[in-house]
Ligand binder design. Structure first.
Ligand SMILES: O=C(O)CCC(=O)C(=O)O
Ligand SMILES: [Fe+2]
Length: 276
């Protein structure tokens, strides 16, 4: 599985990105506009938030899907076992804890802009016969969307290992593409077509990009949604891990395929992962 590292500033960046996403479902973006020291600061400050008690005031209130999701809220589709993680969900209209708001919302906006640009690159590099089946250009699917989701994840040290419970069980993302700001520790793996797991490099200067199910559906599987997971730490490195995926979602009324809006699809998938 050749997951390419794409230099965001290079002449051939769009070509390399599209090739890697088509062949593996994943790519790694280097030399991008989000500075690693900003990310380290954000992880530190969100780390303090997860360590304190104020998080409980933000506990998710269904039918909303934002705020704080306590430890063991979510399971991968078809898995009865909850993941070993707690997390915070942010949409444009979501509350954000004091002191974290400005920088977190800035990252949200920058990642949506970067992700929309990457979708325009993917669109431009998609062979015309495939692109002709899209209901609209991929970057236009994002226009006016309020549905993209920034997730701040904390995986605590694993205290009492149980069989089969891991930090994040094997799953595919629901959305168009995900921009995953590098985790604070390793553990992310992607599965190739032969079923073999590959470590994804953990480098604070990189953003992992992966296709989600909505892009797979919109492209008739030309862009596969690749299964990934987060494994438990080694006993000698049993520390908290933080990561920050930005899930790019189209506007709710966008047709992924004739007869299937992004919202229909999302509602069906949320039920499957225990969040609805
Ligand atoms: O924590 C990570 O590195 C990956 C998280 C992930 O795959 C997800 O939340 O969908
Ligand atoms: Fe994921």
């Amino acid at each position: 599985m050749l997951i390419e590292t794409v230099d965001y500033q290079a002449e051939d960046a769009a070509i390399a990105l599209q090739r890697s996403l088509r062949d593996t479902g994943f790519a790694v973006l280097a030399n991008h506009p989000i500075a690693p020291d900003r990310l380290a600061r954000l992880y530190d400050r969100w780390g303090d938030f997860f360590a304190g008690d104020a998080k409980h005031e933000f506990t998710v209130q269904p039918p909303r899907h934002d705020g704080f999701f306590p430890f063991r809220s979510e399971n991968a589709k078809d898995s009865p076992i909850k993941d070993l993680k707690e997390f915070f969900h942010i949409y444009p209209d979501s509350p954000v804890p004091d002191g974290l708001e400005d920088e977190t919302r800035a990252i949200y906006r920058e990642l949506v802009a970067l992700g929309t640009e990457l979708l325009s690159w993917i669109q431009a590099q998609t062979p015309p016969d495939i692109a002709a089946t899209f209901t609209m250009p991929l970057d236009e699917m994002m226009s006016e969307s309020q549905e993209s989701l920034l997730r701040i994840l904390h995986y605590p040290p694993v205290v009492a290992p149980e069989p089969n419970a891991i930090r994040a069980a094997a799953h595919e993302d629901i959305n168009l593409i995900t921009l995953l700001l590098s985790g604070s520790k390793p553990g992310l793996q992607a599965r190739d077509a032969a079923g073999v797991w590959h470590d994804i490099a953990c480098d604070p200067g990189m953003i992992t990009i992966n296709n989600g199910d909505m892009l797979a559906m919109a492209s008739g599987n030309y862009y596969p949604s690749t299964t990934h997971r987060v494994i438990n730490p080694d006993v000698h490195a049993n520390q908290s891990r933080y990561s920050m995926p930005m899930f790019l979602h189209p506007r709710s009324d966008v047709l992924l395929q004739p007869g299937m809006t992004a919202d229909d699809y999302l509602q069906q998938r949320l039920k499957e992962i225990g969040l609805k």
